[in-house]
Design a protein around this ligand. Sequence first.
Ligand SMILES: Nc1ncnc2c1ncn2[C@@H]1O[C@H](COP(=O)(O)OP(=O)(O)O)[C@@H](O)[C@H]1O
Ligand SMILES: [Mg+2]
Length: 467
Amino acid sequence: MKRRLLIVDDDRDAAHLLTNQLAGSQLIEICGVASSVDEAWAKLQQSRPDLVLLGGIKETERGVLSQQFRLAFPHLSFIAACATHELVWEPFFRNLGIYVIAKPVQSGQVEALAMMAPGLGMDARFPPQPQQYFSQEQQGNITFSQDQLTEPSPVFNSQKQSGIKHLITVYGPKGGVGKTFISRELAIFFSTQKKEGRPLKVLAVDFNLDLGTFATTLNLPRTPNLFTWVQDLDKQLHTLAQKRGVDPYSVRQEEWQEFASLLPLSPQHIEKYVVGHTESGLDVLTSPRDIRQSFEIRDYHLYLILETLKQSSYDVILIDTAPDTTDATIQALFFAEHVVMVGTPVVDSIENIQRLLKLLREAEYPEERIQVCMNRLQRKEMFTLEEIRAYFQLHPSKRIFSIPDDGDVKKSINTGIPVMMQAGRSAAKEAIETLGKALFPVDEETKKPAAKGKQSEKPSLFRWLWG
Ligand SMILES: Nc1ncnc2c1ncn2[C@@H]1O[C@H](COP(=O)(O)OP(=O)(O)O)[C@@H](O)[C@H]1O
Ligand SMILES: [Mg+2]
């Protein structure tokens, strides 16, 4: 039986070429070609393909499109055909359960993938259910209790993410600009806030897998940590492989990825891997203790961790990242509802942000998710925020956030006492609060209960915290 392929591509020539190439295929039958989203929907209804090849559609992102299609047609398999400059997103597409091939597309590649795609039972080791990460719960193959259920398409799909859970990635393509500092302060800020009268449950995650220091900046122990979780995931994956009659020691990297997609997530067990910051109530998932451990962390581990976090009961999750473009960082960017892009008003930092914005724009990353934050601003800078905004070509409605250079920051990092937990007001504190509220609106400060009777009470840490 031939597999039915729908080609979605607004490059009509490329689509035409591939159609010709596959005309005599024994394995594939082209059941339609669409050059717009509307046309693709119509063809999906009419011709019921098994497989969709996503060439490129300017009006939308392929990640979003595949999720939307999959909701309506859960059995579909997807192939994204990527130009060389788009291949950086390969791990990301793979995490969405989309096969990736490079352009120009060769008919043989498509045929090979069509044979691998679920439904034909070609590989007896994997069950005939779709292997896409997100389709399992949509299809009800794995049952979650009600509170574990999340929106079915956690990535790319900004419309659906309103409200409840918030994943915020703090990123900046240069070291020493204040990512860790800002992550820590935002995490502490949110831990001391309420939403609809209820204190927020907040988690900070250190995604500097090799050289993370988030725990240190809060005087926290480094065990358990992310690697503890990775080891547990490996145990679960081994058990899963054995259950399916596969020797875990013969499983290749790519195959682990497939097993990972079948692993049920356990958001109720996250507690085992976090350390608590008693003073604020913040939970922290710290980076591994030993650099070598970070070498053993794979894409699919991070994917499973991020996906589990999305289903957790945390209201806000802050991810501190490394100034790189590794898969860990890219995944953290794509999983987030908000990205705080941190830089300092210095040419090299500005240049790198500009390059990153260019890359993200090319990948059609939804720019409304990015908040640019200039840290360590001094009274007189060579560049104004307006000049920086113009250089980044930000939308006129978009504001640039700033945090002043503050002499107390160094001390606060050395002592492990966040600026946000220090008594009294300061410009830095206010700036963090402003940024925090823009990312995730919290309850406006209510009247402090203690202040009802007594008018003049000394400022206290407790009152500030719980007021
Ligand atoms: N707003 C600020 N004012 C003064 N010093 C700052 C500020 N933000 C960061 N720093 C200093 O910069 C150093 C590097 O910050 P860090 O958060 O570790 O950067 P990154 O995580 O981007 O590498 C900190 O140790 C701190 O001393
Ligand atoms: Mg850092």
